[in-house]
Design a binder for this molecule. Structure first.
Ligand code: MN
Length: 192
């Protein structure tokens, strides 16, 4: 199977000022494109040549896992934002479970923000659910993806420096605080 670079679901400047056009072009058109190219090159002639992305993530390790997971993680990440009425709070079942689990949406937001800011080095903060619908916040280094732990990702924040350094320099916390305003909760609710 030949993987392709999935286009952004909005224009590269659509999330400004939270995420600049320059960051989007680097992040999507360069970083993600490189993961796609690397993955296609690495799987050639291996048992993963015709596998789908989730199978590769669950079964591969080393560079094949890293590039496959980064492709999945970024497609998922870019699909979590909207230039149209993003931010605010989730509704419905997800809102209820967040309240039951964390006490309130504000408390969840604080815990998820702290996980994102406190993750040492490059990686991803994830909101996930298990098969019983229980919620967990995970901190994963590098390309780490909750599918490898049998958990379903609902929301993922990329805390690699390439996600924020152009716009916020070393101020990861400012970037994290800003991206809450562009989350497409309808998409996140549909993943629950
Ligand atoms: Mn990234």
């Amino acid at each position: 199977m030949k993987f392709e670079l999935k286009p952004l679901p909005y224009a590269s400047n659509a999330l400004e000022p939270v995420i600049s056009k320059e960051t989007m072009e680097l992040h999507h058109d360069k970083h993600l494109a490189t993961y796609v190219t690397n993955l296609n090159n690495l799987i050639q002639g291996t048992k993963f040549e015709n596998a789908d992305l989730e199978t590769i993530i669950k079964e591969a390790d080393g560079p094949i896992f890293n590039n496959a997971a980064q492709v999945w993680n970024h497609d998922f990440y870019f699909a979590s934002f909207t230039p149209d009425g993003g931010g605010g709070e989730p509704k419905g079942k997800l809102a209820e479970v967040i309240k039951e689990t964390f006490g309130s949406f504000e408390e969840f937001k604080k815990e998820f923000t702290n996980a994102s800011i406190g993750l040492f080095g490059s990686g991803w903060a994830w909101l996930t659910k298990d098969n019983d619908g229980r919620l967990f916040i995970l901190k994963e280094s590098n390309a780490g993806n909750p599918l490898t732990k049998g958990l379903t990702p609902l929301l993922g924040f990329d805390v690699w420096e390439h996600a924020y350094y152009v716009d916020f320099r070393n101020r990861r916390a400012d970037h994290i605080n800003a991206i809450w305003n562009i989350i497409d909760w309808k998409v996140v609710e549909s993943r629950y």
